[in-house]
Every structure is written in C-alpha cells, then in structure tokens.
Ligand binder design. Structure first.
Ligand code: GEK
Length: 264
C-alpha cells in the first residue's frame, strides 16, 4: 500500500481528559503510521497474510478480512491470490484471474472504510487487484460468514468484548469450508507478572525507538485500557480447539504481538 505521510501525533501533548480510544477520522488519517510504529511485526504479518491466503484459498470460496481498517490485509490477500492464479494459468491458457474471488472486508468505522477506499484506489489505479474487494460497514458480530476458505482477523478480536469472542469465532468456524484457515493476530497477555512486565517493557522500547515519547506511550496506553483486552496464547489456543479447529499453530511472535493460523 502506498505510504501515507501523516504522522501520528495524537497523544504528543498532554490531554486534559483521556477518553477511550476509538477508530474515528483522526485515527484513520494517521493509521498507517500509527500501526507501523506501534505493532511490532505488523508489515510482516500483512505480507504473510497474503502468502498464506494464496496457498489456502479454495477456488469459488469467499475470503474475509474482519476489522479491515484501511484494507492493508485485503490488498495483500488480493494481490497474492490473483498472482497465484495468474502463475498457474500462464502454463495452460493465457489469462486470467480467478474471477470468482471475493474478499469481504468488514469494519464498523465509517472513517476507516472511507479512507481505505481512497488508499486502495491509489495503490491500484486500474482496479485489477482491488475489484474483488467488497467493503461492508458493520459490526463483525452481525455479519454472515459463508463459504469461506480464508478468514483474517489481524488485531481485531482484541477489541471485541470478552464474552462475545467465543460465539463470534464459532460463527466464523461454521461459515468456513473444511481445510480453510483463520489467521488470528493479537496482542498477548501473560499471567506471570515478571514475564508480563518484561514483554510490555520490550514493546515500549520498540515504540520509543520509533519516536514515541514517554507521554505519548503513557496516554495511548490509558486510552486503550478498557478497549483493547488481550488474552494469553493458551486462552486463544484452547478456545479455537474447543470450537473445533483441527490444528492451531502460532506462526509469528515479536514481543507481545503474535499471529496464529487455525485450520478447520
Ligand atoms: C490491518 N486488520 O491493518 N466490528 C467491526 N470492526 C471492528 C469492531 C467490530 N465490532 N471492533 C473493532 N473493529 C487491520 C488492523 S485495527 C487494529 C485492525 C489496531 C475495527 C476497528 O474499527 C479497527 O479498524 C480494527 O477493527 C482494528 O491489518 O488498531 O490495533
């Protein structure tokens, strides 16, 4: 995706009142800078989302990007899946993309989706990759999941109320084809106090090295406290197993940020 120059300075000055973090227009405008400087490994996870999607995508099925924000994961999926089909077909017939590919990108922030559509058009002016992406503005708890071979939740489940997570994941599982994958990326929590402290410290070193001040780190942390609710790796794995996923593997971790693949 084309880089956006807008720098995240939202928490650089002391704020009188810290309100809970939400994905409004101010956040949407600086989001690429914010997520790259705040989430260790974000760019790798987005790139690998494309690679894994291309391998596990089943022709004629749907792909979902739940909590798509500015569409970075959707674009990565579209490019990688289309490239896989183009390469396969070069050998036999000249052509063509898998015209049945649909990527359903869902977010409940109108501001994010508006910006996503502008950015994707800039990244792919002739629309050859992004024409398969349908944006839906809705709560992912209310969206139907059907005939899916790839479902991506990159740093979205952590914003869903704890008591809604099992039913949401069960709905996703029900809507998936056998052999389909869920890519689940999350910030992790640790039950051991020392381990938790060390991992949080390392995350803050990362943010400091990326130019965030102590004030920015502290104010952002407070605004996320009631909104971003991390769980442990074990909680994620056990829940996915209980829902029925036949294999769950952690394939990435950098500090307290991780990604799992779960296969139906
Ligand atoms: C990326 N996956 O760039 N329904 C729909 N969307 C939601 C909901 C909900 N209930 N709750 C939160 N969101 C993206 C990054 S960001 C992660 C995902 C972060 C949306 C919210 O509006 C936001 O756009 C996204 O989930 C989380 O690969 O900022 O750390």
């Amino acid at each position: 995706m084309k880089a956006v120059k807008d720098k995240d300075t939202l928490y650089s000055r002391p704020l009188e009142k810290l309100v809970d973090f939400n994905f409004d227009e101010k956040v949407a405008n600086v989001f690429p800078d914010m997520i790259n400087r705040s989430v260790p490994g974000y760019a790798s996870i987005v790139a690998m989302t494309g690679i894994l999607s291309a391998e596990f995508y089943q022709a004629g099925s749907n792909c979902y990007d739940l909590g798509c924000s500015l569409g970075a994961s959707s674009l990565s999926m579209a490019r990688s899946i289309n490239a896989r089909f183009e390469n396969a077909q070069l050998v036999e017939t000249p052509s063509v993309k898998d015209s049945s590919l649909r990527i359903i990108a869902v977010d409940n922030s109108q501001a994010m989706l508006q910006k996503a559509q502008i950015l994707l058009k800039q990244s792919d002016p002739d629309g050859s990759d992004i024409s398969c992406i349908d944006f839906i503005c809705d709560d992912i708890n209310f969206v139907d999941i059907n005939n899916a071979s790839v479902v991506v939740m990159n740093f979205t489940l952590q914003f869903i109320a704890l008591e809604q997570r099992s039913s949401l994941l069960a709905k996703i599982y029900q809507g998936m084809r056998t052999g389909g994958i869920l890519i689940l990326s999350e910030k992790l929590n640790y039950t051991d106090t020392e381990q938790q402290k060390l991992l949080i410290d390392m995350h803050h070193f990362f943010k400091k090295a990326n130019g965030y001040s102590k004030l920015e780190i502290s104010q952002k942390r407070q605004t996320l406290e009631n909104v971003l609710l991390p769980e442990t790796l074990e909680q994620h794995k056990i829940r996915l197993q209980q829902i029925g996923f036949k294999q769950t593997e952690q394939w990435f971790q950098c500090f307290n940020f991780s990604s799992l693949i779960a296969i139906k």
